[in-house]
Design a protein around this ligand. Sequence first.
Ligand SMILES: *Cc1c(COP(=O)(O)O)cnc(C)c1O
Length: 455
Amino acid sequence: MKQIPYKIYLEESEMPKYWYNLRADMKTKPAPLLNPATGAPMTAQELGGVFCEELVRQELDDTTPFLEIPEEIRGFYKMYRPSPLVRAYCLEEKLQTPAKIYYKFEGNNTSGSHKLNSAIAQAYYAKMQGLKGVTTETGAGQWGTALSMACSYFGLDCKVFMVKVSYEQKPFRREVMRTYGATVTPSPSMTTEVGRRILEAHPGTTGSLGCAISEAVEAATTNPGYRYVLGSVLNQVLLHQSVIGLETKAALDKYEIKPDVIIGCAGGGSNLGGLIAPFMRQKLRGEADYRIVAVEPASCPSFTRGIFAYDFCDTGMICPLAKMYTLGSDFIPAPNHAGGLRFHGMSTTLSQLYHDGYMEAVAVPQVEVFQAAEQFARVEGILPAPESAHAIKVAIDEAERCKQTGEEKTIVFGLTGTGYFDLVAYEKFHDGKMTDYIPTDDDLARSLSKLPKLR
Ligand SMILES: *Cc1c(COP(=O)(O)O)cnc(C)c1O
């Protein structure tokens, strides 16, 4: 067997030329988005009022397996891709495990996460359509940062609605976005109808992702030449993120490595959907089998405690309805939750796959997540994003189990980004001020009671 290097890089010529559309191989397709007013599936024309044309085509296409990555996007990818697939030799050594651990590291770009993979694609299609700019929301700020980088590359205007609490607590992210020319507005704001409505109903609110989405959609539909873009959850985003999994698979194949377990954190599901894409393809086609594990925070447990139903994607209830694992659109994780992954719903594609038994999910409490993050940082050198640390936690647990059983499993996990902008959360952890708040069944029942009633 070939000696496995610390980092497996692909040659430029080995980088993916096509994205892979997982839906093409699913027997049960994800349920369509519905118009909240009529309950009928959203048409391309209706979606086109909010999203870019080509992205609508991608969103609705559940039959074409491979889509060529445009030359310009591949050119941009080359600035920061291929991303390394790292053999975690130091972590294995530290854990004294017979397991072999690999991680795909997506934090090697200024935005610090995988989100740039889709941001550049979405900005490209907006540019091709001749638009002036795009609007979006951002929570912790990774998506807004990635999108402002992508927009400045193509000379597009970028309006970001940033959840107010993050706007105030994460001034550095805000300044990165402004460096790339984006306008950043704390949400809820007085600049939109829905923002004013929310502020009137909840004066002093520090905002939520669902609320910022409502504002960004309104800004896109009321400003001529603008469309709305979203950094996760949607099928098109999973499609662009398939570049993560395709590179991972190519790197593993190069050394004839077959993973047993593939682990990723799940917020809206885009990095996980991307990482598992080519592996899930084999699984769906009966060509190979893998254990696939989604990791979510115990404080926002969409897969493990949510229900599979049509729900709103935003608080303002103006976005299409999606059939997904959800905690209810007005579920907001406890204020002490610092680990990210706070969206109430989940990608429709991953929801369907989970429902059909193709993957597992586990929820982990945040103190243990930060313990895993610190353990990882100390041996592997990288300071992980709290989101990514959810995957680290479960990979370590799996490796510890292998130590007990003596199994030499191969574990692959997604290390989605770096945590330099999350040091307030690390500070809380180091000061022993971090706590776990796990929603009660009553909390969940309350937000789930507001699911839309479909005719
Ligand atoms: C946004 C983000 C996530 C979660 O989003 P998904 O769409 O579930 O991938 C995970 N890690 C990092 C670093 C992020 O920025």
